[in-house]
Design a protein. Structure first.
Length: 238
């Protein structure tokens, strides 16, 4: 937003109040949602799509950890969690890397479902939660407080990871930088999975996963996963 327009926006309380009311209405009205998508989000999700069963055999069962609040503001939704855990367990992932720990619900779910796997998770903030407390003393889980991008030297000297889940900053530049580092440290035959590959509105730069993935070199064959808000890259160099 232009600097002068932003100052007017912030100095006039009725404007943000009216905008929030309009956005709330748009999120509930099917006709407005369709119109919004036609105008602002057309062509945003331009990856090809693949069914999840092409990525992994069925795990038969997965464990969902549950502590209150049941749905944290930035927790992955259940459909995405089901896909993610099925892939991790079905492929018998042994080294898992997560970018964006948040409450550590997904981290804890990996721990419960992937027995024996070494799990590393990065976040620049420490969000206290029961999940994090349960993981603190687990020898096969490393909760690293710091920037994933700034840890490149350390990560490239470690063993590569066979499953990398990227759910950190969704700004375009961060999506690109996180992805390029992930490409360097994924195993042959391993997977990189991005969360929030979805339409997210034109008025914020905080949710730009589709735009970030669109900037990556086309030589990386990335697909959307049907029935989820995830995108995936399978490293087929093996």
């Amino acid at each position: 937003m232009h600097k002068n327009l932003k100052q007017i926006y912030l100095a006039t309380p009725i404007i943000p109040q009216l905008w929030r009311a309009i956005k709330s209405k748009m999120q509930r009205d099917p006709l407005l949602i369709l119109l919004y998508q036609k105008i602002f989000e057309r062509g945003k999700l331009n990856l090809s799509w693949m069914p999840p069963e092409e990525l992994s055999p069925a795990a038969e069962s997965v464990i969902f950890p549950v502590h209150y609040p049941l749905h944290g503001r930035e927790d992955a939704p259940l459909a995405d969690m089901l896909f993610l855990l099925n892939v991790a367990k079905g492929r018998r992932a042994k080294r898992i890397l997560e970018v964006g720990t948040y409450r550590a619900r997904t981290t804890y779910a990996f721990f419960l479902n992937c027995l024996g796997a070494q799990i590393t998770s990065y976040d620049i903030h420490k969000h206290e939660s029961e999940y994090r407390e349960l993981l603190t003393q687990q020898s096969r889980v490393s909760l690293r407080l710091g920037s994933f991008q700034e840890a490149e030297k350390e990560l490239t000297q470690e063993e590569p990871y066979d499953l990398i889940f990227i759910d950190g900053s969704h700004r375009v530049d961060d999506v690109v930088k996180d992805s390029l580092l992930a490409f360097k440290i994924v195993t042959d035959g391993g997977l990189i999975i991005w969360h929030d590959y979805r339409c997210s509105g034109y008025s914020t730069d905080l949710l730009r996963v589709p735009e970030g993935l669109a900037r990556l070199p086309p030589s990386y064959s990335i697909c959307g996963v049907e029935g989820t808000t995830c995108a995936v890259f399978e490293n087929k160099r093996a």
